[in-house]
Design a protein around this ligand. Structure first.
Ligand code: ADP
Ligand code: MG
Length: 644
């Protein structure tokens, strides 16, 4: 019969260490939380090799008395929780009194600390949890903990570590989130000698957001401030027009802790219900504060899931705070009269018009959904003209070829708003269809002139449904070309032909892709592969992937969707057939890089595509659908009963 024995303290420590210290990012998190608990106003995290060989957290907090230094490394040693009742009112971040004991038991650790106002400081070295002697040390006020050779004595754990780059990005994620939840503290992250992040710590959330999430995101934000008794919701949400393809840029804090909460997400999105395009999601940095007794942040080991004692007041507060912010945001534009009301203005995005529409604004979200048979129709349904996604990078010139007066007025109007004269058709824009050939780019006149002599001329008659290019050839055939399918094929062939990695463009503001657990598991070990396809990814924690760079051919707004699709393909394909897998990934890039049906296209774009299709080079899109359809003159004449 086996004997029953109590575990040795060392083994117990190692078991506890497994819970607290999973990876370098968890070490960084525990140490940073200690620094914040110590009242630091500035903290620096420095890592080498993803934190595996070296991880330092230094703060200017209260410091530790030399006499208490060894005690801090004992299990269940804490200055933060004395009585069981305190558990209900956990205001500090860490509270189990286990972090230092656990971290020191699986590393070689040095701590330097000096209390505020003390003449000198103290240092202590621990090796696998075994402390040396406390020595006097000259060091700045505050505490510096240096963790070297993490898991050197637990090889099994070492085996489970991801690549250093993945660990480094997980640490970035931790620092970013803590910086956002503590705008009054200056955070600095140094990765392998280079500064990766530095927030000013000036107390303004907006400055922290700017430093951590970038300029573009910050510029899209609207202030939110809501109070209801001792509940508060503060922070920022993105303007409805800056919606994103995923929920990746939604960051919620409850009493300073990063949380995932369906309740908060629902309240946020409810406020956008009739203002944002379908399939787009708002971004936010929202901080909810409420009495500690009304919230349980301890239901999940990672403490990212919250339970509210009363859900409705929290939902209502967030919903109203965000709604009010968006209403205020919409006001100034409402006040100025809309020039040329009644005529659609393509440059005003559809949702903006929806917001001004009045009709939907007076409905509640429930009424709205009821009126639309449960579908959450985009607000643009109320706009007077058929809504068309309008892409700013595409010149408006092609509009001239498609419509008569109203359209020409549309194009002119945004540039010269108030004048009724400007709304008249501009005389120099010729009437369709002649416009097509005459608006051909001035830069290539000889080419355009030479073409007919070389081979049967293709005349582009125009574009219909913003999707199909209509052409006629010299043999009196009419062709319909699917511009998206054709462009997709052009891209696919180009990508396939090149041996170099796909070119990438670094983003000013990183994007965040929120993946499902399965997708994340498929993607996370393949960041190197993704880099060859133009995606520079970092692990952002919690299934989120930060995109620092995306394939150069892909519009930023398509990048997250592309990554999601690729994740799906990696998940299903698993790389059994490398060539097939490569084609599948390139097909996604080709599709996302292609002009879309529904987008307005530039004349030159269309001409280039038609030339490729005309040369016979392209017949099918990478999915095998035809890119062109022919109608012969005879077929047309039959349709019109001119022929039998
Ligand atoms: P806990 O944070 O749960 O109390 P830890 O093991 O993380 O447990 O830390 C033990 C104790 O060491 C803390 O309660 C605190 O008194 C002290 N301590 C740890 N880190 C710091 C720091 N950076 N500055 C001041 N005191 C610290
Ligand atoms: Mg702690």
């Amino acid at each position: 019969m086996p004997h029953i024995e109590q575990l040795s303290p060392h083994v117990a420590d190692l078991i506890a260490a497994g819970e607290v210290v999973e990876r370098p990012a968890s070490v960084a998190k525990e140490l940073l939380e200690n620094s914040l608990d110590a009242g630091a106003s500035a903290v620096t995290v420095e890592i080498q090799d993803g934190g595996m060989t070296y991880l330092r957290v230094s703060d200017d907090g209260c410091g530790i008395a030399p006499g208490e230094l060894p005690t801090a490394f004992l299990r269940h040693a804490t200055s933060k929780l004395r009585r069981a009742e305190d558990l209900a009112a956990i205001g500090t971040l860490g509270f189990r009194g286990e972090a230092l004991a656990a971290i020191s038991s699986v590393s070689r650790l040095d701590v330097f600390t000096r209390e505020r106002g003390a003449l000198s400081g103290a240092a202590l070295h621990l090796e696998g949890g075994v402390p040396g002697e406390v020595a006097e040390a000259g060091c700045p006020e505050g505490t510096s903990v240096i963790v070297r050779d993490l898991f050197y004595n637990t090889p099994a754990r070492l085996k489970f570590m991801k690549r250093d780059s993945a660990e480094a990005s997980a640490i970035s994620g931790i620092v970013t989130h803590l910086a956002l939840s503590h705008p009054g503290v200056s955070f600095k992250l140094i990765k392998d000698g280079a500064e990766a992040l530095h927030t000013p710590g000036d107390g303004a959330l907006r400055s922290a957001v700017y430093a951590a999430l970038g300029r573009e995101f910050t510029l899209s934000l609207v202030d939110v401030a809501g109070r209801d008794g001792d509940l508060a919701a503060d922070g920022f949400v993105t303007r409805p027009l800056s919606g994103r393809g995923t929920r990746g840029m939604q960051t919620f804090f409850v009493n300073g802790r990063l949380v995932k909460s369906q309740l908060l997400t629902a309240a946020l999105e409810e406020a956008y219900a009739n203002r944002i395009m379908k399939g787009r999601f708002p971004g936010c940095v929202l901080c909810v504060t409420l009495p500690f007794a009304l919230v349980d942040v301890n239901v999940h080991p990672a403490k990212t899931i919250v339970k509210f004692a009363a859900e409705k007041p929290v939902f209502d507060l967030v919903y109203h705070a965000v709604s009010d912010a968006l209403d205020r945001e919409a006001k100034p534009t409402e006040a100025s009269p809309v020039p040329g009301a009644g005529v659609s203005r393509p440059s005003a995005a559809p949702d903006e018009r929806g917001e001004r529409g009045g009709f939907y604004r007076t409905m509640t979200a429930e009424q709205f959904r009821a009126a639309h048979g449960g579908k959450s129709a985009p607000a643009r349904a109320s706009s007077p003209a058929p809504a068309q996604p309008f892409r700013t990078r595409v010149p408006a010139v092609t509009l001239g070829e498609l419509g008569g007066r109203a359209r020409v007025a549309d194009v002119v109007q945004p540039a010269a708003p108030a004048s009724p004269v400007a709304a008249a058709p501009a005389p120099e824009i010729p009437h369709p269809p002649a416009a097509v050939s005459e608006t051909a780019p001035a830069a290539e006149p000889e080419q355009a002139d030479l073409l007919p002599a070389v081979e049967p001329a293709w005349r582009i008659a125009g574009e219909v449904l913003n999707t199909y290019i209509v052409c006629e050839d010299a043999s009196n055939n009419v062709w319909l070309i699917d511009k998206h399918a054709a462009h997709e094929r052009v891209n696919f062939d180009r990508f396939k032909a090149q041996n170099e990695p796909i070119m990438s463009q670094t983003l000013l503001t990183p994007l965040v892709a929120q993946l499902s657990d399965d997708e994340y598991a498929a993607v996370a070990p393949r960041f190197d592969t993704l880099r060859r396809y133009g995606f520079v990814c970092e692990d952002f924690g919690g299934g989120a992937v930060l995109l620092r760079a995306v394939p150069a051919d892909i519009d930023e707004t398509e990048a997250v969707a592309a990554l999601e699709e690729i994740a799906g393909k990696l998940l299903r394909g698993g790389g059994a057939d490398p060539a097939g897998a490569r084609d599948a990934l390139l097909a996604t890039l080709a599709c996302k890089a292609a002009i879309k049906g529904g987008w307005k296209s530039d004349e030159r774009e269309l001409r280039a595509l038609v030339d490729r299709v005309q040369s016979g080079e392209i017949e099918y899109c990478p999915h095998g659908r035809p890119v062109k359809v022919r109608l012969t003159q005879a077929e047309l004449e039959k349709m019109f009963k001119r022929r039998v």
